[in-house]
Design a protein around this ligand. Structure first.
Ligand SMILES: [Fe+2]
Length: 507
């Protein structure tokens, strides 16, 4: 049986439509990525949305006959050799969900490592490892990631996270995939070519891209070892998406509502996320921390302002979150009695002038700077309700930042929270567009005109570790030497601390 027949059946729902030329091209493109011994679980296993008593388990079974339903058994054990099986059941999957499998394994103990596996078509999957949330920990360590673009590079930072043994969960702040056609955003010279080659619009398109991404070694490894708490940003749908449209959605691509529904369905199929609730949600780490994950795309976001002179920019009704989510967020903040409140945030919250990089457009109107009234209201809520020990963790920027979050910054400012921005897994930093030295100069200029920004690196890919104890929050930015070739080394780029009771970045 040929590789493409094993892996991506010509069903129209798997990965490629049935044309000989396409199949050969595809076979060539993915053959080096595929471990044939993993049949039919080529896409590995994954876990996500851990709570103290349950966790989502995920896999995907590549079918031999895509017209048939496939019976899948899952097992959970606290022993790596499965000598005792704590939970097990059998379910079925089909083309209706792209042969993905998702289980909410309940009745587990808090803060425990569990092993899980799947059986289907006479084969057994790799053994995944996951962890339930601790009930009342003294310490929590999170790996914070965002922005993995296939064509820009190998997902080595994910691989580095997978090698760590003390992580409680991986927090993915979005851009798990990118929707672009091949060559539109990336470096095709390194040989990682998007599948499909065209821009994602249909359900099948999005499924194919997720399928390709899950063949990356780094994503495979981190999914195998650690639970992920994910939220989407724009590229899981289309660039600069909002409720009613996206910068990268044109009328000739059809109805945006259909595209959004397709993107959302594929996301829920391919990401280990709990279904049947709003995308924004909270995770409790006992008395130590509450993690509040926001949806800054599809829950309520209005179209971005066109520029500083757009009359709607300062409108009272301009919203990033939508009123139901604002009310929910305020309730979460007010009711939280934990030592720390961590907000999983997609786009930068703090006021930031980008003048040295974009002199014509110094504010990013897709970020919170484009929703100033709502930001101001949230800031006032935080101050009036004396919400302390508040940290925004942010993605999207493809660069690393430590910010004492403030609005209306001049030479002096009054910070009300801390914002820590993780860099990209592989999406382009500044120095993929400009020489290193000029990026370093612009970083220094940015720090000078933004006194509340205490650290900025626009040159490295990697991830951020956030370690919380009662006394302090520690952030470390870990970078890899390159993502253009696999197996690069990692190094510590920067470490800072925030002490409880302060709104101050300590180096
Ligand atoms: Fe991104």
């Amino acid at each position: 049986m040929k590789l493409y027949q094993l892996i991506f059946y010509c069903s129209g729902v798997i990965l490629f439509s049935c044309g000989t030329e396409k199949k050969d091209t595809y076979q060539e493109a993915v053959s080096h990525l595929v471990n044939v011994e993993r049949f039919p679980f080529y896409h590995g296993v994954a876990s996500g949305d851990p709570l103290t008593d349950r966790v989502i388990l995920w896999t995907r079974v590549t079918p031999e006959d895509p017209s048939q339903k496939i019976s899948v058994t899952w097992q959970v054990s606290d022993q790596k050799d499965f000598s005792s099986i704590l939970k097990s059941d059998t379910l079925s999957t089909s083309s209706a969900k792209d042969f993905t499998v998702k289980v909410d394994a309940t009745g587990l103990q808090a803060g425990m490592i569990y092993y899980y596996r799947f059986m289907a078509l006479g084969k057994t999957s790799e053994i995944g490892q996951t962890k339930t949330l601790p009930a009342n920990p003294d310490r929590v360590k999170l790996a914070v990631v965002s922005c993995a673009n296939w064509e820009w590079g190998f997902f080595t930072p994910y691989e580095k996270v997978s090698l760590r043994t003390d992580i409680d969960a991986v927090i993915h702040l979005g851009d798990f995939i990118y929707e672009y056609a091949s060559g539109k955003y990336g470096d095709t010279t390194i040989g990682r070519i998007n599948i499909p080659k065209h821009e994602l619009v249909s359900l099948q398109d999005y499924r194919e891209r997720y399928s390709q991404y899950r063949l990356d070694k780094g994503l495979h490894d981190v999914s195998l070892k650690l639970p992920m708490i994910a939220i989407w940003d724009d590229h899981e749908i289309a660039n600069d998406s909002y409720v009613g449209g996206a910068q990268n959605h044109q009328p000739e691509e059809g109805d945006y509502a259909n595209r959004k529904a397709a993107a959302r369905k594929a996301y829920y199929e391919w990401i280990p996320i709990r279904e049947g609730q709003t995308h924004y949600r909270t995770f409790s780490f006992g008395k130590l921390a509450d993690l509040i994950m926001l949806d800054e795309r599809l829950a309520g976001k209005q179209k971005q302002a066109t520029g500083p002179n757009d009359l709607s920019l300062e409108s009272e009704s301009r919203t990033m979150l939508g009123q139901p989510q604002v009310t929910w967020l305020e309730t979460q903040l007010k009711n939280s009695s934990a030592q720390w409140r961590i907000i999983g945030n997609q786009v930068i919250f703090s006021d930031v002038s980008l003048k040295p990089i974009y002199p014509q457009m110094p504010r990013n109107f897709d970020s919170w700077d484009g929703y100033p009234m709502e930001k101001r209201k949230l800031k006032n809520f935080i101050l009036e309700n004396k919400i302390k020990n508040l940290i925004f963790i942010t993605g999207d920027a493809h660069s690393s930042w430590a910010i004492e979050a403030a609005t209306d910054v001049k030479k002096t400012y009054s910070p009300f929270a801390v914002e820590l921005v993780t860099t990209s897994i592989s999406s382009a930093n500044g120095n993929e567009y400009a020489p290193d030295d000029s990026v370093k100069v612009s970083e220094q200029q940015m720090l000078k005109i933004n006194p509340h920004v205490k650290y900025l690196n626009n040159r490295d890919h990697g991830y951020m570790l956030l370690t919380l104890t009662r006394e302090k929050a520690k952030a470390e930015w870990w970078f890899v030497e390159t993502v253009r070739v696999p197996d690069a080394k990692e190094f510590l780029g920067k470490s800072i601390e925030v002490h409880a009771g302060e709104v101050k970045i300590r180096e």
